[in-house]
Write a protein that binds this ligand. Sequence first.
Ligand SMILES: Cc1cc2nc3c(=O)[nH]c(=O)nc-3n(C[C@H](O)[C@H](O)[C@H](O)COP(=O)(O)OP(=O)(O)OC[C@H]3O[C@@H](n4cnc5c(N)ncnc54)[C@H](O)[C@@H]3O)c2cc1C
Length: 414
Amino acid sequence: MKFDNIIIGGGLSGLTCGIKLAEQGRKCAIVSSGQSAIHFFSGSFDLLSKVDGQEVKNPFEGMKSLASNHPYQCVGLDNIKRLADEAPKLLDRAGLTFSGQADQNHFVLTPMGVMKPTWLTIDDFTRFEQNDAFPWKKAVILNFSGFLDFHTLFVQDGLKKFKVDTQIKNFAMKEFDAIRRNPSEMRSTNIAKVFDQGEDALNEFAQKVNELSEGFEVVILPAVFGLFNKNVAAELKAKVNKPVVLLPALPPSTPGIRSQILLRKRFEELGGTYFLGDNVETGTIENNKLLAIHTNNHGDIKLEADQFVLASGSFYSKGIVATREKLYEPILGLDIDGDVDSKKWLDEKFFNDQPYMHYGVKTDSKFRALINGKPIENLYVAGSVLGGANALKEGSGAGISLLTSLHVAEELLK
Ligand SMILES: Cc1cc2nc3c(=O)[nH]c(=O)nc-3n(C[C@H](O)[C@H](O)[C@H](O)COP(=O)(O)OP(=O)(O)OC[C@H]3O[C@@H](n4cnc5c(N)ncnc54)[C@H](O)[C@@H]3O)c2cc1C
């Protein structure tokens, strides 16, 4: 099978790269073995929240102090500005509405009741412009009886710091009787499916919310609305007669799975081919060129392309792997940007910047992968599989994934 471009990995990075290429008429395929980090999505995409432990107000200003091998520096700060403007428009074309500014972080309330700086927030959730105040003083925190993935006491505790008077209320609905009998079934996605199925459940629910929130200024609920139907959260907000603040529940994330579904749909509508549940095992490289990849499901049928993108994620998705002895990229044995000596991987102080978090696949200045220091001419690398950043510590995860993928797509389109 022959394509113009093949992308290995169907997470945020692989999908946005594929969409940009397909929008420009490229015949693309994405091969993805399984779940991606989007399934754990909190509802916000971070660009840059901290540098050297200090909170950043304007991510573009903060980027100036990043190390020269940081992915943002490698893309170039002017390119980053341009691509940060393009990214929400691309997401919007896929049906995902985000708001936020790249030159000024806003804040979102976490399920721990803490205000966290971020870049883009999906429209299910509420944006706050200040991190030291909550706009309402009397809040009701509502949860579904038997739903263990939303920790109301943490929310209540966090809101105390903002001097908010809160009350927690649990309630039951007959629609959830069947799934509540088994705690492993009472998950956010199963609750979301009930509301996806028709307006009756949502109407009944909204009526209950209105009753239970009498005397309060704002309603806080877990984000379990709109798995396949993206309008459910907005419809609920329209039916409730006071502001509704949704907070992320424990994974699987309902807005995250919806985002993955919509990005994949957009890619396929543009003519892209998405091979889900297929693992790329190896590839054929000749004269510093990747000719084809070989996958689990395709057996002897090789997948060929003019150019390839590796967007296989970090340790979590096994884009890079560490054993006791070695750190490696499992598909092609690409060069790694990281210490060979395993004693240097960890800092003994748990909360310090851990060296291994900066590790990833090494590239040249065009984001091409290397083997023994030599670039593979037609193999580009994007997303969290890249080295050079501690995305967790600096709050830059989605920013790196989105903006390196758009940059790499531009390299392929040159
Ligand atoms: C659990 C978790 C939650 C996060 N939540 C947030 C958040 O809410 N906000 C934020 O800003 N950042 C978050 N991040 C940071 C995250 O890195 C980025 O947001 C981003 O989603 C990563 O996208 P990616 O495409 O680079 O990698 P991934 O999402 O990891 O996707 C890589 C994909 O490649 C596939 N793959 C790997 N190897 C192969 C192979 N051999 N063959 C075929 N397919 C393969 C995997 O199955 C996976 O689907 C989170 C990270 C993690 C780990």
